[in-house]
Design a protein around this ligand. Structure first.
Ligand code: UGA
Ligand code: MN
Length: 253
């Protein structure tokens, strides 16, 4: 099967660096299409050119987050969910452009996480929906399936809101595309309570915890990490911009 991975992305100082790192990982993944969805009203030149020269098979879309749901730079980042409008745009594209009989796997890739090539091989055999642990997530060494046997999850490992239908991060599951076509309304919601983004989507696909196929050697390996890129200190650049003279407006960074 082909893996279809949806990535929301937004303009910030480290965007191109993050996309470059992830894109070069993805170059090693066979049979893969990257659906990149910009959080913007227009497709930007930076992402357009980045994708053009990436060497990857891709689809480039954009969907701006509604102002009411957009974080301000002073807000703590947990206040509102991120990537909702973008993931939904990608889901709409898949449902419109692919055949319901397609042999494909759906995955949600964030642009700043760290992915082992092995996680893509693990998810490729997903019959309905699969899970694996995510490192550095949920305030723990890892979060998600904690004890598995014969491809089934026996125990979930989580500390925060353990009552969530699925105590897992976005990077910790994949679903077979046939499920997406079967439950054609399932999508992300800006109104899901904090921490329930993944659970809301998976319950929309009528999944229960016991339906999940355990991957990564019966969930004994961490193959994906919820890393986050530090915001660079741009004091001098910002001062120059305030004076109306960026240090070098021609240079794309
Ligand atoms: C965690 C999860 O790993 C995300 O999958 C989840 O969307 C997020 O929490 C959430 O609760 O909404 P975190 O590292 O906190 O991730 O989130 P970000 O990496 O900042 O954002 C997730 C994705 O959305 C990224 O691909 C990012 O580029 C994108 N994003 C972020 C936007 O498209 N627009 C924004 O304004 C912010
Ligand atoms: Mn992140």
């Amino acid at each position: 099967p082909t893996i279809y991975a949806i990535t929301p992305t937004y303009k910030r100082w480290t965007q191109k660096a993050d996309l470059t790192r992830l894109g070069q990982t993805l170059l090693h993944v066979p049979n893969f299409r990257w659906i990149v969805v910009e959080d913007s009203n227009e497709k930007t030149a930076l992402v357009t050119n980045f994708l053009k020269f990436s060497g990857l098979q891709y689809t480039h879309l954009n969907a701006k987050t509604d102002q009411n749901y957009k974080l301000k730079s002073t807000d703590p980042n947990w206040l509102l969910p991120r990537g909702v409008a973008q993931r939904n745009k990608g889901l709409t594209w898949i449902r419109k452009n692919l055949s319901p009989n397609i042999n494909g796997i759906l995955y949600f890739l964030d642009d700043d996480n760290t992915y082992s090539l092995r996680v893509f091989e693990e998810m490729r055999s997903t019959e309905v929906a699969s899970v694996w642990p995510v490192g550095l997530s949920g305030g723990l060494k890892f979060e998600g399936p904690g004890k598995c046997k014969d491809g089934k999850v026996l125990e979930w490992y989580t500390a925060w809101k353990p009552e969530r239908p699925f105590p897992i991060d976005m990077a910790g599951f994949a679903v077979n595309l046939k499920l997406l076509f079967k439950y054609s309304e399932a999508e992300y919601s800006n109104d899901a309570p904090r921490g329930y983004l993944e659970s809301h989507f998976l319950t929309g696909l009528k999944l229960k915890r016991h339906d999940m196929e355990a991957k990564a050697d019966n969930c004994s390996k961490v193959l994906v990490w919820h890393t986050r890129t530090e915001k660079p200190k741009m004091k001098q650049e910002e001062a120059l911009i305030r004076q109306g003279k960026s240090s070098n407006s021609e240079m794309e960074v």
